[in-house]
Design a binder for this molecule. Structure first.
Ligand code: CA
Length: 228
């Protein structure tokens, strides 16, 4: 459950999103414009802000810049199609992620959970231990049985995302959203390829898994080998 602030001037989108997010267990506050939105960040202390870029009083990117001077709350920018330039400006101004209209509520919820996990992992930066595997988000290093693993940037991000939810099956869709920041989903193959590279570096195979356990059609789970 998260406290979500929705800053959106379109009342139809607002009520649909409020309902969908409330159904998924979140508490939703909303504001129809930038200035009351900024006030609400201070008053309501949301966990996540969903910020529409096209607002009636101030441009959303400017709202974001002002917001960043008072808060480091995760912000997901909501934008209409065909304004890539605005998305780039928003990411430069400190947005954590973006979704393009129209989008489904499940997709948005996955992005909300992803930014929340990222912000909580930044807060608790201690190394994560899974059996003899240690993943350290602070130094961005990982070791297995006291041997340092040589991982590419994406391999590390993938391993960290799985380590943060060790023991849980993580869907490829969530991994794509979290590690690759893919706004449109798809691209399971990308995940598969990186998983196979990661497997090789962990010294295991899909047929004989030790740490990386695939659940066909569901996702993948990082867990210590049985007996450790
Ligand atoms: Ca708008």
């Amino acid at each position: 459950m998260a406290v979500i602030l929705l800053v959106e001037d379109d009342s139809g989108i607002r009520s649909a999103l409020s309902r969908a997010l409330t159904e998924r267990g979140h508490a939703v506050h909303w504001q129809p414009a930038g200035l009351p939105g900024l006030q609400s960040v201070i008053d309501d202390r949301p966990d996540v802000v969903l910020l529409d870029l096209g607002l009636p009083d101030i441009d959303g990117v400017q709202v974001l810049a002002m917001l960043r001077s008072v808060s480091d709350v995760p912000v997901i920018v909501v934008t209409a199609r065909d304004d890539d330039a605005d998305v780039v400006r928003a990411l430069d101004a400190g947005a954590d992620d973006f979704v393009v209209k129209p989008f489904g509520a499940d997709h948005l919820d996955a992005r909300i959970r992803a930014v929340l996990r990222r912000s909580s992992s930044q807060r608790s930066e201690g190394p994560i231990k899974v059996g003899d595997l240690i993943v350290d988000p602070k130094t961005r290093t990982a070791s297995l049985e006291e041997r340092t693993l040589e991982l590419s940037r994406k391999e590390f991000d993938l391993l960290l995302a799985l380590a943060q939810r060790a023991g849980e099956v993580v869907s490829k869709r969530d991994l794509l959203a979290e590690v690759w920041r893919q706004p449109y989903g798809g691209g399971d193959r990308t995940v598969d390829v990186h998983l196979s590279w990661l497997r090789r570096k962990l010294g295991e195979t899909a047929a004989k898994p030790r740490y990386l356990h695939s659940s066909r059609g569901v996702g993948v789970r990082l867990a210590p080998p049985s007996g450790v």
